[in-house]
Design a protein around this ligand. Structure first.
Ligand SMILES: Cc1cc2nc3c(=O)[nH]c(=O)nc-3n(C[C@H](O)[C@H](O)[C@H](O)COP(=O)(O)OP(=O)(O)OC[C@H]3O[C@@H](n4cnc5c(N)ncnc54)[C@H](O)[C@@H]3O)c2cc1C
Length: 389
């Protein structure tokens, strides 16, 4: 007989692990099916650290969700009795009119969030790890910091299991087929029935969500770790995590020396190189390391010691670089959570709650209208008109 569940969660990375934890905590009979194992190297949710910040430069409309995400991260820590969210402050560095600096300021002012402006001289005195050009400034978000992704994913799964969820690993879902009475989920190992399904399969999302075939694009992302030259200046209480706007050269992010490998840096979206999610991540090459070595030498001289590690990871970009969190068009029993265009981890704790709401209530009180299939369609249409015009 086929096992019957209220909700099946497909893919137990960041979004899926949080969703199944929220479902199980509500007493829902849930099953989670994961093709590999938690926070594995081909997922988007490994690598020691993820930035979290409140003054969101991308769009101030993300801020209410971030407030809820902070609350939920602290609730996770409370249940796990483990640290997941570490506050170091986040510096957003660049020219005053750069996208990151001006966007952060606008977001903080709109939502009355505290921030501090530091010029080149103040930065040298207070945070000597950083080198600023004349005229550049930094905005310090005192509530920013970093998350520990592996602890978060494992923690959510641990709580889900404790609350009665069934979790299967090493099993790839090959089809989800809704019918009048529910949904059949087929994998390489079995078949299951559920009333609702959440698809949170990261860079593989388009395999189960045909509407995203041309729009969810997995790309290669490289990050590297350096043993700092100055171990004093790069400690977390002397070096906040940061984002740096380099104008046409894009934006870079980084973290203080929080683990044995030291200071970690990367360029957002790296070289925007598409990858096939079913192939191993292409290895790190000389062009990658030249880019990151050059950045650290110029912008973080105190951290520019020996490069001890570099890895390839994956972003999955939507055309708008936003999120997609919605029920599938024409099939409301299937809820979709996109991998969030390289900036979703900090929202995991609120996206998990939203996915549970969508599956169980058919809606949510949290503000997600900007992340609908309709919003994605509108964005694509406006881009087409712009291209024509
Ligand atoms: C290097 C890097 C740095 C980043 N930095 C930040 C940051 O600083 N701040 C921030 O907020 N965000 C950041 N992000 C983005 C963030 O990490 C992602 O948005 C998030 O991790 C995506 O999680 P996910 O659950 O959607 O995907 P994943 O974690 O990849 O999980 C998807 C899971 O689904 C499984 N799966 C796939 N297909 C199937 C199937 N058919 N059947 C069963 N299971 C399946 C996969 O095995 C995988 O485990 C970064 C991402 C990267 C790669």
């Amino acid at each position: 007989m086929t096992a019957q569940f209220d909700v099946a969660v497909i893919g137990l990375g960041a979004m899926g692990s949080a969703a199944i934890s929220f479902l199980a905590a509500r007493g829902v009979k849930a099953i989670g099916i994961e093709a590999h194992f938690p926070a594995h190297a081909l997922s988007s949710s490994h690598g020691d650290s993820r930035l979290i910040r409140l003054g969101y430069f991308e769009d101030p409309s993300y801020v209410p969700l971030l407030h809820r995400a902070y609350e939920n991260w602290r609730a996770l820590e409370g249940r796990l009795r483990a640290d997941v969210l570490m506050i170091t402050g986040v510096l957003q560095i660049g020219k005053p009119d750069s996208k990151i600096v001006s966007g952060t300021r606008a977001s903080c002012e709109l939502h009355r969030l505290p921030y501090e402006e530091l010029d080149r001289k103040a930065m040298a005195a207070r945070y000597p790890a950083f080198a600023l050009d004349e005229g550049e400034i930094a905005l310090l978000d005192p509530q920013g910091g970093y998350l520990r992704p592996e602890t978060a994913v494992m923690g959510y799964l641990k709580l889900a299991a404790a609350d009665g969820a069934v979790l299967y690993f090493g099993e790839k879902v090959t089809a989800i087929e809704p019918d009048d009475a529910g949904v059949t989920i087929s994998s390489d190992l079995g078949r299951y029935r559920a009333r609702k399904v959440i698809v949170s399969t990261g860079s593989w999302i388009a395999e189960l969500v045909p509407q995203l075939k041309e729009h969810a694009n997995p790309i290669r992302q490289v990050v590297a770790w350096y043993q700092p030259r100055d171990g004093f200046a790069t400690q977390p209480h002397r070096m906040p995590a940061f984002l740096r706007d380099e104008g046409e050269d894009g934006s870079y992010f980084g973290f203080p020396a929080i683990g044995v490998d030291g200071v970690k840096i990367g360029r957002h979206a790296h070289f925007m190189e598409p990858i096939d999610p079913n192939w191993p991540n292409p290895p790190v090459n000389d062009r990658d390391t030249a880019l990151l070595d050059g950045f650290i030498a110029k912008r973080l001289p105190a951290a520019a010691g020996v490069r001890v590690n570099a890895i390839t990871c994956r972003y999955t970009m939507l055309p708008s670089e936003d999120f997609l969190i919605d029920r599938m068009p024409g099939e409301p029993r299937v809820v979709v959570a996109s991998p969030c265009s390289g900036h979703g981890f900090k929202f995991t704790s609120v996206i998990g709650e939203i996915l549970a709401d969508l599956a169980m209530e058919g809606g949510t009180r949290l503000p997600i209208s900007a992340f609908s299939f309709e919003a994605m369609g509108n964005f694509l249409a406006s881009r087409k008109i712009q291209a024509r015009g």
